[in-house]
Write a protein that binds this ligand. Structure first.
Ligand SMILES: [Zn+2]
Length: 307
């Protein structure tokens, strides 16, 4: 009899124990865990999720998404996430290594550019067989720099959140709409400011701004290629020096987080000024803490492009 009581008490504790663990697990999962690769996809996820998810980035601010290599802890982080968002198969090449070890049953994987019609990659790729780059650049993956393309990506991100967490669909939808409204406003600002730019060409170090050129009828002339790993040859640098002299180029744009040595060499040929134009491939943790976001950087870029 005593034994029986003890045994039932034990099973009550066991049941309570299981209940307790289950409840605490549900509590811990209240918020979706969302892992993103780098800033442009991080910002989309964060804006659309609002308070409903913990959104974080795999890459630190000083890491280059074109050339990043995954670590064991990245694998664990992504495996733990409910949702993993990356930009594009031609942007973060390291994602291919991750996808093989992520269980699609537990982690929803979203390529943010899915179903978008991307611009073709740079034609300059054709004659640089002497470069050691093993990636194809059939398409230009830097879509986020055009607010209209970025808005299409936002819809993909919205759909992912809604399918994972239908109960909060209305909140995601509202957050999404607020983001779209601001992207539309930004697009109008770009149109108005760049419409009357007399020189339709702008010279950059890294060819990340093709979508801005495409959207606002400008022409991007780049010293290096679509990927930051493509270094120009001596011959290409000399060609660029001729170009800046012949066209009296007065400004060369460089992202402040990248090495500007080559751009400086080209600029010196015509005493051109190096000015900042940010790819948004990295936003520092200081800036994040200060609340600097996509819109701030895009508006800074617009001031630079309006010079
Ligand atoms: Zn890039």
């Amino acid at each position: 009899m005593k034994n029986k009581v003890a045994r039932s008490l034990l099973s009550v504790f066991l049941v309570l124990g299981i209940l307790f663990t289950t409840t605490s697990r549900i509590k811990a999962q209240d918020k979706l865990e969302v892992k993103t690769t780098f800033y442009p996809v991080y910002f989309l996820a964060q804006q659309i999720a609002g308070d409903l998810a913990n959104v974080s980035m795999l890459l630190d601010a000083n890491q280059d998404p074109h050339n990043y290599e995954i670590s064991a802890s990245d694998v664990a982080d992504v495996q733990k996430a409910d949702l993993f968002i990356y930009q594009d198969d031609e942007m973060e090449f390291f994602v291919q290594d991750l996808l093989g070890v992520v269980n699609p049953e537990t982690t929803y994987v979203l390529e943010a550019t899915a179903d978008l019609s991307l611009l073709a990659g740079a034609a300059e790729d054709e004659d640089d067989h002497d470069h050691d780059h093993d990636h194809s650049h059939a398409y230009d993956p830097h879509t986020w720099l055009d607010p209209s393309f970025y808005a299409q990506q936002a819809e993909n991100v919205l759909n992912a959140f809604v399918s994972l967490d239908e109960a909060n669909a209305e909140v995601y939808q509202q957050n999404y709409q607020a983001l779209i409204d601001e992207l539309n406003a930004l697009n109008e600002e770009y149109k108005a400011a760049l419409e009357n730019r007399s020189d339709r060409r702008f010279v950059v170090q890294h060819a990340a701004f093709g979508y801005i050129a495409h959207a606002y009828d400008l022409e991007q002339v780049s010293i290096a290629g679509l990927s930051t790993s493509q270094e120009p040859s001596a011959k290409e640098i000399a060609t660029m020096q001729d170009f800046v002299i012949k066209n009296n180029v007065e400004i060369i744009y460089v992202d402040p987080s990248s090495n500007s040595a080559i751009a400086e060499t080209v600029a010196q040929a015509n005493n051109a000024e190096l000015r900042p134009l940010r790819t948004l491939e990295s936003v520092s943790s200081d800036e994040l803490a200060q609340g600097v976001d996509y819109f701030d950087v895009m508006r800074d870029n617009l001031i630079e492009l309006s010079r």
